[in-house]
Design a protein around this ligand. Structure first.
Ligand code: FES
Length: 342
């Protein structure tokens, strides 16, 4: 089986596009051969071919597992983002793209308590909506606080669906926060702060938090959770590309200029000593599932079968996993010829 097949790429046919806000749409896809198993909160890497160039981009699944034969992704069109603009402007119902196997450890299945806070900003609401939809399907009585921040009321995601879920879920509390409120807005206003939390989500410190949004937002939420007495292991974050890439590692003076031979399934490629395994693989159109590309999310975890790497990451892998010779491809540079496996 090839590395690409290992990554489990599926053909996805676009069956519906739902505008959510002026720059966010939900794309509903029908995977050929059926919906792959996934957990609420996980993400999928799309393989897109734009003008002859292959791009890989990872997006959270917004749909709840076990609902029909489709999956959905709620995606914001980022002005400088070629892939998101192509999805918004060019992809049409009936077109097909490819998606990898759902991955990621930011899932509601990993929760340790039943008292939850789903905290998001902007399109970070997407994986949290998957969690909430799943809880609505499987645990209607769940104790959930939903806090969502957006620039203006018109930028809020899923307000109608949340209102409907509130009617069905007796223990769901919803707080919507506009940083730039408009006349007629009666929800919360301002940016995330301890003061805001004291009125919008006063028991944050006693909840297990799943948080997704820009890096500064997640950092602030983490600090507030800790200041309110929240335990560190009960705070989970997800964001793609929110943080800086891991610090570069010094390259050994005797590293071969031609690079090292890398073996990944039945694929062979070369990686220079100054690039990560992920960068080298992507340059040669070989797929290693990837999320943040910053050593934080753990999506690119692979097994180091043979060889040595230098790894510098941002917490996306545990000491136990490292002891079992797992590495993060986005944060590891080769120090010898290397064999890796999914
Ligand atoms: S892609 Fe997130 S840790 Fe490597």
């Amino acid at each position: 089986m090839s590395a690409g097949e290992d990554a489990g790429f599926l053909r996805l046919t676009l069956v519906e596009v739902r505008p959510e806000t002026h720059d966010v749409k939900t794309f509903v896809f029908r995977p050929e051969g059926g919906v792959p198993a996934y957990e609420a909160g996980q993400s999928m890497t799309l393989r897109l071919t734009l003008d002859g160039e292959t791009l890989f981009r990872t997006f959270s699944l917004a749909s709840a597992p076990g609902r029909g034969d489709t999956i959905a992704m709620t995606i914001k069109a980022h002005a400088p983002g070629r892939a998101t603009r192509w999805l918004h402007e060019t992809l049409k119902v009936g077109d097909s793209i490819e998606g990898g196997s759902p991955r990621g450890r930011f899932t509601i299945a990993s929760r340790q308590t039943e008292r939850l806070a789903l905290v998001s900003a902007g399109s970070g609401a997407s994986p949290l909506m998957a969690m909430l939809r799943h809880l609505a399907d499987t645990a209607l009585e769940s104790d959930i606080a939903w806090l969502h921040g957006a620039r203006t009321p018109a930028d809020m995601l899923f307000p109608g669906e949340l209102a409907g879920l509130q009617r069905r879920m007796p223990n769901l509390r919803v707080a919507m926060v506009a940083s730039r409120p408009e006349p007629g807005w009666f929800g919360f206003t301002g940016r995330l702060s301890r003061r805001l939390v004291s009125v919008a989500l006063p028991d944050l410190g006693r909840r297990e938090v799943f948080c997704c949004g820009p890096a500064g937002f997640m950092d602030e939420a983490r600090l507030i959770h800790a200041a309110e007495g929240g335990r560190r292991e009960l705070f989970h974050v997800e964001h793609f590309g929110a943080i800086a890439a891991p610090a570069p590692i010094a390259v050994a003076a005797d590293a071969p200029a031609a690079g090292f031979a890398i073996r990944f399934g039945d694929k062979r490629f070369t990686a220079r000593a100054d690039e990560t395994l992920l960068e080298a693989a992507t340059r040669q159109a070989i797929v290693i599932p990837c999320g943040c590309a910053s050593g934080m999310c753990g999506t690119c975890r692979v097994s180091l079968v043979e060889g040595e790497v230098a790894m510098q990451h941002n917490g996306g892998i545990s000491l136990e996993e490292e002891a079992e010779r797992y590495i993060l491809a986005c944060s590891s540079r080769p120090c010898s010829n290397v064999t890796i496996a999914l």
